[in-house]
Design a protein around this ligand. Structure first.
Ligand SMILES: Nc1ncnc2c1ncn2[C@@H]1O[C@H](COP(=O)(O)OP(=O)(O)O)[C@@H](O)[C@H]1O
Ligand SMILES: [Mg+2]
Length: 337
């Protein structure tokens, strides 16, 4: 594994067992998270982003399980660890910030005690005094006044609780922070501040951040690279510059056209046609084919490979694998839908 890759996810598959059958919410997904980057993970609601985020910590809800793949984090395959060893990785090496941190904070514990205790649990050799000082410094660095450390989670605003979660990750010197829709419940001003904070922490602490969001505009503001998911599949990955200037996958192109603050030639906001597919019975071939304006015959028959289009800009689309497409099914006509 090259040194600049912190987390290498290979062919990851996660399934929910439901009464109607197995739902693959993450299907054969491969992705590299590079050291020190902010990687934005985007896609419509229900496409599997949170399931992927939780799988990276082997943290699943009841019916979910990882049914295949490798999770190589900082040189170790986490799939080889027992579930009992995972709590040492969670928090200490990988921190997570959820949409509503209220559920991950203890309602009857003051913020300072929570921070101090967490540091001491992970580093028993650290004294209470040292742990307190460290908690204090971090929280202040994140813009929370010292006095507020005596408060309980419910006394804080959503934005402040988010910052407490980040300070927990930083207090333990986590290498990776996974933030799942961290700004979705915040108003735009608090959101902008939080995104600035992520950027600062990336620079100051060399923190690596996986930022999960349904809002591609948020990614444009802070991320270095972007990964786009559609119906449990990874469909495009590249730098923010490359993807925003020249999106390869028709789904990404549609996502970008539907963002209000990205300049358009026409005045109207684009609305992508069709509905996201059911993951219980996903479409054959490329899962986007029923909604794709460039659909070709092969698209409903065979799934395109997820591979480089140019350099390290990857996409899974037959438009860029035409030579193969033509060989497989004869002459292809691009139908514009
Ligand atoms: N607890 C669950 N039980 C069964 N299926 C689930 C459960 N949670 C999620 N799913 C399935 O996994 C898919 C992906 O969910 P999720 O990862 O939460 O998507 P996202 O975060 O992109 O909105 C959903 O569309 C749903 O089909
Ligand atoms: Mg989600």
């Amino acid at each position: 594994m090259p040194d600049d890759i912190l987390y290498s996810i290979r062919n990851l598959t996660v399934e929910y067992k439901t009464r109607a059958g197995a739902v693959r919410a993450v299907d054969d997904v491969s992705l590299d998270i590079r050291r020190g980057e902010i990687l934005g993970l985007v896609g419509e609601s229900g496409c599997g982003k949170s399931t992927l985020g939780k799988a990276l910590m082997r943290l699943h809800d009841g019916p979910a399980s990882i049914t295949g793949g490798e999770l190589v984090f900082d040189g170790r395959n986490l799939m080889n660890l027992s579930l009992r060893e995972m709590p040492d990785i969670r928090g200490a090496e990988i921190g997570m910030v959820f949409q509503d941190p209220m559920t991950s904070l203890n309602p009857v514990q003051r913020i300072l005690d929570h921070l101090t205790e967490t540091i001491q649990t992970h580093e028993p050799e650290t004294s209470i005094a040292t742990a307190r000082t460290r908690a204090d410094e971090l929280v202040e660095r994140l813009g929370i006044r010292h006095e507020r450390l005596k408060e309980y989670p419910h006394q804080m605003s959503g934005g402040m609780r988010q910052r407490v979660m980040i300070s927990l990750a930083l207090a333990l010197r986590a290498k990776l922070v996974i933030a799942d829709e961290p700004t979705t419940s915040l108003d735009v001003i608090v959101e902008a501040k939080f995104l600035d904070l992520l950027k600062e922490l990336q620079k100051e602490f060399g923190l690596t951040i996986l930022l999960i969001t349904h809002n591609i505009g948020v990614v444009a503001e802070v991320a270095d690279r972007v990964a786009v998911m559609y119906a449990a599949k990874m469909v495009e990955v590249g730098t923010v510059q490359d993807v925003f200037a020249d999106a390869k996958h028709p789904y990404t192109q549609g996502l970008l056209k539907s963002v209000p603050n990205i300049k358009l030639d026409s005045g109207d906001l684009y609305k992508m046609g069709g509905q996201p597919p059911s993951l219980l019975h996903p479409p054959s071939g490329c899962r986007f084919h029923p909604r794709c304006p460039f659909v070709m015959d092969i698209c409903s028959v065979q799934e395109p490979a997820f591979e480089p289009v140019i350099g390290d800009h990857l996409a899974s689309c037959w438009l860029y694998q035409k030579a193969v497409a033509e060989k497989t099914t004869g002459k292809q006509e691009i139908r514009h839908g």
